[in-house]
Design a binder for this molecule. Structure first.
Ligand code: NAD
Length: 551
């Protein structure tokens, strides 16, 4: 494989040790005899030359020896810092084993502990003190070919709340999935944290906290910093896609509205979650044999994830001919104060489209009794909020209740896979946000799906990059959801699994990317010329973790 031109170009290390210290160029013990002579490495490495495959075995052996998942996370991050090719080879070949470490649930724990596990910086920090000099900070980033930026302000990390600057683990983790699942070259990826302070008292008191020790900046000063950042990105990395990630919902909806049609940007918690969940529902309906128009969806939690899912389901129903009002009426929300209905005076703006005319219900169980939902979706961040009575009520109403317990990390899930199957006599069609192992229920093995956004955003990003889309539209996420659902095989459904096997992630992402790029071309939003074979050209662009021969 030839290295991309920007890797082969001027940023190459000088002779000797530099080659071992740069994660992009380093091959460790796999530098060949000829490379050792050419690059001045002879003597700096143990004499035996290993293959990449042999190195993978060494990494896996060490990885599996670590005493816990946080240690495994630290080990993998160390590998990413030393040798990116080897890191991605391991990640891509063992995705099901590695995903819960580089992403939810372990990444959540890693963010909480970021101050104490900190080894080397990764990503770009833009703090409230950098107002006026953000363009300069972007110039400090060593790679000029940035195509995807994942940015957080750390206010709502998974379901763990405000982790301030320690939220950096999320953009780092998501971008490693862009590469491992979507084949985006690591050098095209830039993780960013906007450090505007934190409201988390534990972090503010922690001597090892890595961020600004101050309360969050809000209002005009916050907006100006975000605006300066977005503007600077447009100048420094003209075609970069910006993915907003894990912002608190006061800012998430606002920022999406402000930038969605101005730059190339989306919010994964709103739009990505919408797409992965809609795809799961489409697959579940292949099992029940009922159409989407007949479903009643009840959500616990009316934040970014809930409203994002509601909006995409409504779009899907409108596509089938329902009016916007009739479509939204299929979706009902319960928040911390009970059922969201027209008569309530305490509703945030993003909930209003789903405040239907209906008597109030104080809690989830009474809402289930009143609305008789067929799909129950947990996006509240409240652990165990689908207890036995809730699951039993769903099982009484439906032959195959669809239960999606999406809150992350695992400790926040509304119910476990085991509970969902036990309290519905094995009839639930279940998926969660963080992974649960297969469950043996009365002699049958039931495989819970993982409604992981990683099924969606890498493919969307790859598609947007491939056609150089100007904007990211809701219709692209709709296309992504349909494509993902189309990738689920009958053999998956037979096991109760409503998402494809993780091992097929690259193939799934390529299909999603093609659908997204098709949509961009259809909407006239693509800046790149359309290749004759769009799918083939996208597949050809995907990163493969193999060592180049350094000449
Ligand atoms: P958010 O803060 O925007 O929304 C949380 C919502 O839950 C709010 O509407 C809040 O009022 C409501 N809530 C809080 N306590 C409640 C209670 N006791 N009863 C009912 N509702 C309550 O957060 P979000 O971005 O919507 O994320 C929510 C959860 O969903 C998080 O745990 C997140 O990790 C998870 N999530 C999962 C996926 C996925 O699995 N693919 C994707 C995105 C988010």
């Amino acid at each position: 494989m030839n290295p991309p031109s920007f890797v082969a170009g001027r940023s190459r290390p000088k002779q000797g040790l530099g080659w071992l210290q740069h994660p992009l160029f380093n091959k460790g013990t796999a530098f060949t005899e000829a490379e050792r002579d050419r690059l001045g490495l002879r003597g700096l490495l143990p004499p035996r030359v290993f293959t990449l495959e042999e190195q993978v075995v060494r990494v896996l052996t060490n990885f599996r020896k670590r005493p816990n998942d946080l240690e495994r996370y630290v080990y993998l991050m160390g590998l990413q810092d030393r040798n990116e090719t080897l890191f991605y080879r391991v990640l891509m070949e063992h995705l099901a084993e590695m995903l819960p470490i580089v992403y939810t649930p372990t990444v959540g724990r890693a963010c909480q502990e970021y101050g104490s596990i900190f080894r080397r910086p990764r990503g770009l920090y833009v703090s409230a003190q950098d107002r006026g000099r953000v363009p300069r900070l972007l110039r400090h980033w060593p790679h000029r070919e940035v195509r995807v930026i994942v940015v957080t302000d750390g206010e709502r990390i998974l379901g763990l709340g405000d982790l301030g600057a320690q939220g950096m683990g999320i953009p780092v983790g998501k971008l490693s999935l862009y590469t491992a699942c979507g084949g985006v070259h690591p050098q095209h990826c830039l993780p960013v944290t906007l450090d505007v302070g934190t409201e988390n008292p534990t972090l503010l008191e922690n001597p090892l906290y890595t961020g600004l020790k101050q309360r969050r900046v809000r209002g005009a000063a916050y907006d100006e910093l975000v605006d300066e950042f977005v503007g600077a990105v447009q100048k420094a990395f003209r075609r970069a896609l910006i993915q907003f990630e894990d912002f608190g919902n006061v800012n998430a909806f606002r920022l999406l509205k402000r930038y969605q049609n101005r730059v190339c940007a989306f919010n994964d918690d709103i739009q990505g979650t919408g797409a992965v969940t809609l795809a799961g529902i489409y697959s579940a309906l292949r099992i029940t044999g009922r159409p989407l128009q007949e479903q009643t969806m009840l959500f616990l939690g009316a934040g970014e994830a809930g409203i994002g899912i509601g909006d995409l389901i409504s779009a899907a129903l409108e596509d089938q001919g329902l009016s916007p009002e009739a479509a939204r009426r299929r979706c009902w929300f319960v928040d911390s104060k009970g059922l969201v209905v027209r008569g309530r005076r305490d509703l945030a703006e993003h909930k209003l489209p789903y405040a239907h005319e209906h008597p109030g219900c104080p809690d989830l169980l009474s809402a289930i009794a009143a609305l008789k939902p067929s799909v129950l979706i947990g996006v509240s961040g409240v652990p165990q909020s689908f207890p036995q009575p809730v699951l039993a009520a769903m099982a009484q109403l439906q032959q195959r209740p669809i239960i999606l317990a999406l809150s992350n990390p695992t400790s926040k899930a509304e119910c476990t896979a085991q509970d969902a199957y036990t309290w519905t006599q094995g009839r639930a069609i279940y998926a969660s946000g963080s992974p649960f192992p297969p469950v043996n229920f009365e002699g049958r093995t039931l495989v819970p799906g993982q409604g992981n956004n990683a099924y969606i955003f890498p493919g969307v990003g790859l598609g947007v990059m491939a056609c150089a889309a100007r904007h990211v539209t809701d219709s692209m996420f709709f296309r992504a959801a349909k494509t993902l659902a189309g990738q689920v095989r009958e053999s998956d459904l037979d096991q109760g699994r409503i998402y494809p096997a993780l091992e097929r992630m690259a193939e799934v992402s390529a299909a999603i990317a093609t659908a997204v790029a098709e949509e961009a071309y259809a909407l006239g939003l693509a800046r790149a010329a359309r290749p004759e074979d769009l799918a083939g050209s996208i597949r050809a662009q995907m990163y493969q973790p193999v060592y180049p021969i350094w000449a």
